[in-house]
Design a protein around this ligand. Structure first.
Ligand code: ADP
Ligand code: MG
Length: 898
């Protein structure tokens, strides 16, 4: 037998049998196919081996040594890890998205057999590395209803829902994005829909697993749900559609089939209504940088806001930010708690300090229930539960907290049950247990009568040995005598060289050292055997007691999860309070009125790094659509995002960065950034921009908030203006075909600002900039009205561009606007002295040559062109609506084309 993974001649069977490599590879492939795994780890004696492509893959991913073998003329790759080291490799592979099967070797009558006992997948890993939730998602389509279930085996969280209606699929995908699952199982009718599968792939990094279609059958799903939660459970939690039942059942069935014991922690299923959440699609989440920054050096809202003390708190804060709510009662409950925690700094500090010493109880509960928790995990459960009375005391000791939702949250917990678990653990486990279950010293002797007796006998034997040296010294008159123990010699009596010849006859010499001699006696050997026997018995007994204790605690997983959840919530609320206090945020008034009224509001992330100039913002029934103009870099994007972020923060239950805020609850926030402004790169084509715009035009309701940042910029000027124009009309209900959401629209298409004169609900605001001592200053102050449109030329002047150039720019600009002919200076004809003239053609977005005024040489004008030109010159631009203008230009173009 060898113990080095590099050694070529492994005894694969642990039995000394000869190996048959090609047969082995065949067996490997068969097992691998049967398990539908990406990778198979197959036990062969003391190693788990990978063959062929799998070996190459683990070699690459995990830096394992790959060797080449050949057998019967065929060559193949092979890599392996010692049996005891598999766990970390397995985890690393699964966290990279692979589905890994493990085939263990089992003894049978005539040798051994191998079978796949467990499959570890990205959605069912019990002890992932990070703190993030790890959801397994199932998605079932049933007519026009989509059933969804999300299960996190690491915490036992399990949610299911059904979405129906014409846009059910889009909403389901949004839900999927929100939960950010690590693995998705599309049901039989979802997976055949290539477009759907494609969109699932696009929207997440999740692994798509095509699980057995049978598992999605309603009967089977209902059965497994009944087994897990009891008969009638589906009705009692309100799972009333087949689609939701099928999704939930399939998720459970899948976890059961992977064989990792992860189901034990799933004690409750919650149904939820997605409509209770603010619609927040993937692009919006990304644009607003809620949990991830768009660029490497940016900071997400989450990163700025996070002052949590625990990993469960961090997980929950992230979850809250990703799913703002519409339920005013719940939000006000959270606000009340944040307010109380913000007001009582002493209590808040005490709470945070206590939480700092706690562990992730939700995850510990899962590991306990699945039987994978070791002694240190149960100690952590004990320590964390010990924080409960301390927290209750703090809460009750603070009049503010005692009167808030925080106190209610703790009142709902089964504190008596938690106390029992903690006391049981305290009574059973020693304070510094060994990591091995059988090493002894894990369980307190007084906890178990048999153990107490065993330990008593062990102590007696140990005492006999402890006092042996003294007795022997006295009896045999040997001063240099001691008793010791080591691995090879066991217990021995050691006597110094000078006295070695004086030992009694019954001393049996076993070893000679430089200055001493070692002996044993029959009696000592007898005692040694007894001690060994007792130690072994004790180890077995303690391990048994521990396992029993662990399953007793595991049966209370839902209690532990509830306490863990309450701690996480408290941590999250404290974090929000802490941030509010440090940054002078206020409690927003939440209302069902259709308003967004912010006084002296700031951008929560930008205010961290610059001296921020606060701004007001008002949107209501009559003022629903703000066209935001202003020079580049003046703060348009920041102003609009800050409105979206304040709204979202308010709907998380947080305080907000403003002096005063009144926030009408929205059903969705949609943001889009024009392709040119899109930083994310890669995807930023005009096509994507338009797809996203289309999505908003379809989905935004009158209760939504829409932020459009330079939309339409990714194409030729006049296409862009036209699209932006029409979208504005549509979203402001000027076309009366759709209810109008609240909209903020930043645009550099100045032409749009005139819409404010014609559509009642559209208003212009601009970010002011000013000139002081020859420098351009961005005031960052938002004012009513449109920006000065010749601002760019103004900047050129300030920058010292020569006067004639500035003057000429003004002239060209005026002519461009009025679509007058512009003479091209420097093109003067040598003979006539006339210059060429061009007109900026609104239709094509290009300059077009034009005859000089007197129709001079070289330029003959046909009658059609002449008539068009005449009409063009006759148009009073101020008095013609842009739409009319557009259609007129189209008409001219048609005539010129003919
Ligand atoms: P725009 O969209 O008009 O080009 P941005 O919103 O991107 O401008 O803002 C440009 C820069 O100005 C940002 O980097 C931001 O830090 C800063 N800024 C924006 N608004 C403010 C403000 N109200 N107070 C202070 N700095 C601001
Ligand atoms: Mg911008």
């Amino acid at each position: 037998m060898t113990d080095s993974p590099d050694d070529g001649d492994r005894d694969w069977f642990g039995t000394g049998e000869p190996t048959e490599a090609s047969g082995i590879v065949g067996e490997y492939m068969t097992l691998r196919r049967g398990a539908e795994a990406d990778v198979l780890a197959m036990q062969m004696g003391d190693f788990y081996e990978f063959f062929g492509e799998d070996a190459e893959l683990v070699g690459e991913e995990l830096d394992l040594k790959v060797s080449q073998r050949s057998s019967g003329g065929e060559s193949y790759s092979m890599a392996g890890v010692p049996v005891d080291d598999l766990a970390p490799y397995l985890k690393a592979l699964v966290e990279r998205g692979y589905r890994v099967a493990v085939a263990d070797q089992h003894p049978v009558d005539d040798g051994h057999e191998r079978r796949v006992d467990r499959v570890v997948t990205p959605g069912t890993l019990l002890d992932p590395t990070g703190d993030d939730a790890q959801y397994l998602a199932t998605l079932v389509r049933d007519g026009d209803t989509v059933g969804l279930a999300f299960l996190d085996v690491t915490t036992g969280r399990f949610h299911a829902t059904a979405i129906s209606g014409p846009d059910a699929e889009a909403r389901a995908l949004t839900e999927c994005y929100r939960f950010a699952p690590t693995e998705v199982l599309p049901g039989p009718d979802a997976r055949t829909d290539e477009a759907l599968v494609e969109r699932l792939r696009e929207r997440s990094d999740a692994r798509l697993t095509l699980h057995d279609a049978e598992a999605f059958a309603p009967g089977r799903a209902r059965h497994i749900l009944g087994e897990q939660f009891g008969d009638g459970a589906t009705e009692s939690v309100g799972l009333d559609t087949d689609a939701a039942v099928r999704a939930a059942g399939a998720a459970l069935g899948y976890v059961a089939e992977t064989g990792a014991g992860a189901l034990a922690s799933v004690s409750r299923l919650r149904t939820y209504v997605p409509d209770d959440h603010v619609a927040l699609d993937a692009t919006t989440q990304r644009n607003l940088e809620l949990t991830e920054p768009m660029t490497g050096n940016g900071r997400s809202l989450f990163a700025v806001l996070d002052h949590t003390e625990t990993s469960a708190g961090r997980r929950l804060l992230r979850e809250w930010l990703g799913r703002p709510r519409r339920d005013r009662a719940e939000l006000e409950r959270r606000q009340g708690a944040v307010a109380a925690l913000a007001a009582d700094a002493m209590a808040r500090d005490a709470v945070r300090e206590t939480l700092d010493g706690t562990y992730d109880l939700e995850r510990l509960a899962s590991r306990t229930a699945s039987g994978s928790a070791g002694p240190d995990a149960l100690l952590r459960v004990r320590e964390t539960l010990a924080a409960l009375p301390a927290l209750v005391e703090t809460v009750e000791g603070s009049p503010r907290l005692a009167d808030s939702a925080v106190a209610d949250r703790f009142a709902d917990l089964d504190r008596e049950g938690a106390r029992k678990v903690r006391e049981e653990l305290a009574a059973a486990l020693t304070d510094d247990p060994p990591n091995s279950l059988t090493a002894g010293g894990l369980v307190r002797p007084e906890y178990d009568d048999d153990l107490a007796e065993l330990v008593g006998r062990h102590d007696e034997a140990a005492e006999w040995i402890d006092t042996l040296a003294e007795r022997e010294q006295r009896e045999h008159d040997l001063t240099h005598l001691s008793v010791g123990r080591n691995r090879t010699d066991g217990y021995y009596i050691q006597v110094g060289k000078s006295e070695a010849d004086d030992v009694p006859d019954h001393y049996e010499a076993i070893k000679t050292l430089k200055n001493s001699e070692r002996f044993v006696t029959d009696e000592l050997a007898e005692r040694e055997r007894e001690i060994m026997r007792l130690e072994e018995e004790r180890g077995d007994l303690e391990a048994g007691v521990f396992r029993e204790l662990r399953s007793w605690v595991g049966e209370r997983a839902d209690l532990l999860q509830a306490v863990g959840r309450a701690f996480a919530e408290l941590d999250t609320l404290c974090s929000l309070a802490e941030h509010a206090v440090r940054n002078d945020w206020t409690r927003p008034e939440l209302t069902d009125d259709d308003v967004l009224d912010l006084r002296a509001a700031r951008h929560p992330v930008v205010e961290q790094s610059v001296e921020f100039v606060p701004n007001d913002l008002q949107l209501d029934r009559d003022r629903r659509f703000l066209l935001v103009t202003g020079p580049n870099m003046s703060g348009k994007s920041t102003y609009m995002r800050q409105a979206a972020l304040v709204t979202l923060l308010a709907q998380v239950g947080s305080f907000v960065p403003a002096r005063e805020a009144r926030v009408g609850l929205v059903d969705g926030v949609y943001t889009r950034v024009g392709a040119l402004d899109e930083l994310a790169g890669g995807r930023s084509t005009f096509m994507v921009e338009m797809q996203e715009l289309s999505n908003i035009l379809h989905n935004a309701t009158e209760d939504s908030l829409v932020v459009l940042d330079e939309v339409g910029r990714g194409t030729a000027t006049h296409d862009g203006i036209s699209i932006a124009w029409a979208a504005t009309e549509w979203l402001s209900s000027a076309q009366a075909t759709a209810p109008s959401p609240k909209v903020l629209f930043a645009t550099h298409y100045h032409e749009l600002t005139m819409l404010a004169d014609h559509i009642d609900t559209v208003e212009n605001v601009h970010v002011a900039a000013d000139e002081q001592d020859g420098d351009v200053t961005f005031l960052r102050t938002v004012r009513d009205g449109a920006a000065d449109r010749s601002y760019g030329i103004h900047v050129a002047e300030l920058a010292g561009v020569p006067d004639p150039v500035v003057e000429r720019s003004r002239e060209v600009l005026r002519r461009l606007r009025d679509e007058e002919a512009i003479d091209v200076r420097g093109s003067e004809d040598e003979v006539t002295g006339e210059s060429k003239q061009v007109v900026f053609d609104l239709g094509s977005g290009q300059f077009r040559g034009q005859a000089s005024a007197d129709g001079g040489e070289g330029e003959t004008v046909d009658p059609v062109t002449e008539s068009v030109l005449e009409e063009l010159q006759g148009v009073d631009v101020e008095d013609t609506s842009p739409v009319e203008l557009l259609s007129q230009v189209q008409e001219w173009q048609r005539r010129l084309d003919d």
